[in-house]
Design a protein around this ligand. Structure first.
Ligand code: KG4
Ligand code: ZN
Length: 336
């Protein structure tokens, strides 16, 4: 059995976790930076400075919660790409210093792969082949994994990511940030068929996604109605927006699965917390005999436990980084 101390600082959440080789999570502390709320989105420099401010205290708190000392840690893991470069550099520099001072191996983890591994925390037996729908604030990708390092990106977004669409449309509606969970909540009281917002790239063999047209269409819709009407139907509008985003994600995923017949679909990334997405995929997948997995809600959004989970396999394969390790902002499910 070995224990990993993991760090995640790719965007606006500072997170530190302790996880073992059986994917048992001893601590997974997340400090969400609410300071960005006033700006309606993440301010990169502010994010870096807040990581810098919080990371030491959070590390000590995570070790205390895990009842683990620095000496009991066998390796240090950190997300190195993709993400905000300044934010990533704080985590990478900090993880390097800890690994160096403890004389323990350093493990570099791709953040999106971390999201995929979040599924393993509650299902350690889960192994490729599987079809992964990766949906977050920066990514929307449908990825066919034959093995963990042999995969094909079947489709990706041509403009906004699905989480970004939730966030930008929430802003148009005057809601807070991040908008995804707020829309999810409000939509529960609404009629998803109230407005038929457009679905982009509907051709059957096109697995790319596009959400910027939806944003424009919502803006035009809001401009065409008076305030009283919008107020009265607010829940219906949010439910219709959510349905438009989720319907595209589910239709393309299920259509590809129907064609290629994978045994398993996994969903990963912050948007995998969405209640309608969970409900619709869970309803559709059994019809084509496919099993579907989601991370537990606490591991959907950015967190260090998922980075540690991805590092478990790398530790077993002795895939260690050296102390010249750098961070990269480049997008995508890529290995580093
Ligand atoms: O994976 P994540 O925490 O960060 C990135 O790697 O981007 O994803 C954050 C995104 C945000 O856009 C947020 O609005 C969205 O995930 N999100 C949701 C829900 N919870 C988080 N979107 C829809 N429904 C939710 N329940
Ligand atoms: Zn993420």
């Amino acid at each position: 059995m070995f224990k990993i101390l993991a760090f995640e600082t790719s965007c606006d959440d500072t997170s530190v976790a302790v996880i073992d080789s059986n994917y048992k999570v001893y601590a997974n502390l997340i400090s969400s930076q609410i300071a960005h709320e006033d700006f309606g989105g993440v301010v990169p420099e502010l994010a870096s400075r807040l990581h810098l401010k919080n990371i030491m205290q959070l590390t000590q708190a995570a070790l205390d919660k895990a009842k683990t000392t620095f000496e009991e840690i066998d390796a240090v893991a950190v997300s190195v790409n993709p993400g905000l470069i300044g934010a990533l550099l704080v985590g990478v520099s900090f993880a390097k210093s800890i690994a160096y001072s403890l004389g323990k191996p350093l493990i570099a983890v791709n953040h999106m792969l971390g999201h995929i591994y979040a599924n393993k925390i509650d299902h350690p037996e889960l192994e490729p082949p599987y079809l992964a729908l990766v949906v977050s604030g920066g990514h929307t990708e449908l990825v066919d994994f034959k093995s963990i390092d042999d995969f094909e990106i079947i489709g990706r977004t041509r403009d906004d990511a699905s989480g970004e669409a939730f966030d930008k449309i929430a802003k148009l509606l005057g809601l807070g940030y991040p908008g995804g969970p707020i829309i999810d909540d409000m939509a529960k009281a609404g009629n998803p068929d109230f407005v038929k917002f457009p679905r982009a790239l509907k051709q059957k063999d096109n697995f790319d996604f596009s959400f910027s047209g939806l944003k424009t269409s919502v803006r035009n819709y809001l401009l065409s109605k008076d305030k009283k009407f919008i107020k009265k139907h607010f829940a219906d509008i949010t439910a219709s927006v959510q349905m438009a985003i989720v319907d595209s994600l589910v239709k393309k995923t299920i259509y590809y699965a129907r064609k290629k017949r994978p045994k398993t679909i996994i969903v990963a990334g912050g948007v995998s917390a969405n209640s309608l997405l969970r409900e619709m995929i869970k309803k559709e997948a059994p019809k084509i005999n496919v099993e579907v997995y989601f991370p537990a809600l606490e591991y959907c959004m950015d967190n260090a436990a998922m980075i540690g989970a991805a590092a478990v396999d790398k530790y077993k394969r002795k895939e260690f980084a050296d102390l010249s390790l750098n961070a990269f902002s480049k997008k995508g499910v890529r290995f580093i």
